[in-house]
Design a protein around this ligand. Structure first.
Ligand SMILES: [Zn+2]
Length: 254
């Protein structure tokens, strides 16, 4: 009885504290139920959360786009590079054909380390045409050789397969801006160093590119894949934030 009462009081406090924050009712594409989306701060990209699963807008945008563009996604072979979000958990739980990998600099690609297969996006060890879908979430602003990475993803996708991904995109930039490069195994900074949070490294991840309006051409040049940019803003699905675009690059069927 006492513990039930304590749980109830705690829940009441949780809901009372929400009164301080703007919120709206809606349906969450990730926990698949009616929910409340709460703005815990003004930076919606990280602070506009589903009260039930704690997902943020880009997680919901990715899953919403997958449902829209690949209705049979639960029956596909999916690989995700660098998982670690509510959307990764969703795909893992819902899709039998889901697998994932992380990159560890000191581990041979293809080997398992800390429960993850080690893979470098720039040199994947998978055979050609292995997957229907390849997923990356906020990864491509951190890759040192994105030309090779897009080429590799296209190689491991089946004909008609799709790379579905999120990343910050700056269409106001006419030309994408490289922020860092690697020369003789040393990082060379071309712009001020910026780091983003990384679930498997305390150092964070160095931002290597600010992708601009030429991004779609860049992907085509290095992979032959055509890219659709899908932006869906809809508060009833908890979709509202900066950099909410979902990119869908498709390998041709030929
Ligand atoms: Zn949710």
């Amino acid at each position: 009885m006492i513990s039930q009462y304590t749980t109830k009081v705690k829940k009441s406090f949780k809901y009372l504290s929400l009164l301080n924050h703007p919120s709206n009712k809606g349906f969450c594409p990730i926990c698949n139920q009616k929910t409340l989306f709460v703005e815990y701060g003004s930076w919606l990209r990280d602070q506009y959360k589903c009260i039930k699963c704690n997902s943020i807008p880009r997680h919901r945008a990715l899953i919403n786009s997958i449902k829209l563009f690949v209705p049979n996604y639960k029956q596909t072979l999916i690989h995700e590079s660098s998982p670690g979000s509510r959307s990764s958990d969703y795909l893992k739980n819902e899709c039998q054909g889901y697998s994932c990998s992380q990159y560890f600099p000191d581990v041979t690609p293809g080997q398992v380390h800390q429960g993850f297969r080690c893979e470098s996006l720039e040199n994947l060890t998978f055979p050609d045409a292995s997957f229907d879908l390849f997923i990356t979430q906020d990864v491509f602003e951190h890759v040192l050789h994105p030309d090779q990475a897009f080429g590799e993803i296209a190689r491991v996708l089946k004909p008609g397969g799709m790379h579905i991904f999120t990343m910050p995109w700056y269409p106001e930039l006419k030309h994408s801006r490289q922020r860092a490069a690697i020369e003789d195994s040393e990082i060379k900074y071309l712009e001020e160093a910026i780091y983003h949070g990384n679930p498997i490294s305390n150092q964070g991840s160095l931002v290597t590119y600010d992708w601009g309006s030429d991004f779609v051409d860049y992907v085509y040049k290095h992979s032959g894949m055509s890219t659709t940019i899908h932006l869906h803003v809809d508060r009833s699905l908890g979709l509202d934030a900066k950099y909410l675009e979902v990119f869908i690059s498709q390998k041709s069927y030929e």
